[in-house]
Design a protein around this ligand. Sequence first.
Ligand SMILES: Nc1ncnc2c1ncn2[C@@H]1O[C@H](COP(=O)(O)OP(=O)(O)O)[C@@H](O)[C@H]1O
Ligand SMILES: CC(=O)N[C@@H](CCC(=O)OP(=O)(O)O)C(=O)O
Length: 281
Amino acid sequence: MSVSPIVIKVGGALLDDAAAMTRLFLSVKDVQATRPVVVVHGGGPLVETLMASLGLQSTKIDGLRVTPDEHMPYICGALAGSANKQLCAAALAAGITPVGLSLLDGNMVVCEPLADQYGAVGVPSTADASFLKNVLAQSTLPVISSIGSSPQGRLLNVNADQAATVIAELLNAELLLLSNVDGVLDGNKLLIGELNAASISKYADEGVITDGMKVKVDAALASAENLGRAVYIASWAADINDILNKKTGTQILPAALTNTQSTNADLPHTDFTKGNAGEVQ
Ligand SMILES: Nc1ncnc2c1ncn2[C@@H]1O[C@H](COP(=O)(O)OP(=O)(O)O)[C@@H](O)[C@H]1O
Ligand SMILES: CC(=O)N[C@@H](CCC(=O)OP(=O)(O)O)C(=O)O
């Protein structure tokens, strides 16, 4: 591969917005003309709805879903099944040839259980890139769910932002984490242009970056350090080239790209609260 691929992670709320899905895949098709693209997805809201309809309690600790092993058939069905196939069908409708996968397929990613209190939650790490590279060489779009497995064959539920960072590392790719907000917002709900390790921990300590966004920025920062390049957090409604050209979204910078002379407070903030930007709920 001569140009670096792009890994695009989409959150589960995208699945509730058919028009947004269509726009995103048309945009992915444009990008595919110049470089390989991989989609990694979650499906948190879908899991919530399914668990509620089954009358099962589901809780989170620090943004990660506690997953008893007996919940895995449902979670696996929602993420690797419903969510994955819904996204593949939307890609197909946009003229793309999708290949639906999960982290364990082709031995791309191996997972270890996080800790007993989380149940079947997996911590992913890179394994073998050759299968994924072969799939990309066929000019198809891999669409990868965040279901993984341990080396012993235990199915594990992986946070999809963490899954995406590992797929990006597997391919040495650019990473875009797209969500239902314009990026990381400050205490006044203004879009933050750039974040580094110091400003992330400041905003987290102040309770401004919480829940799923805390998991996302932590995963993005670790990945930015490993990849040696910025990772982007932005809206799935934004144009992908606008994100890469830094016209919108938040860049998470590794230490090597952080200007130690400027603090994040010096960086421009954009007031999106008057436009169509998402707000912290
Ligand atoms: N500082 C913040 N900026 C933006 N969103 C935030 C912030 N802190 C918490 N959030 C919440 O994080 C959510 C995005 O995380 P998450 O729901 O896990 O997204 P996804 O499912 O797309 O991965 C936002 O919808 C918002 O409710
Ligand atoms: C361990 C863990 O928290 N797994 C997540 C996997 C899906 C996910 O991350 O979905 P979003 O990207 O839509 O949030 C979950 O069960 O919700």
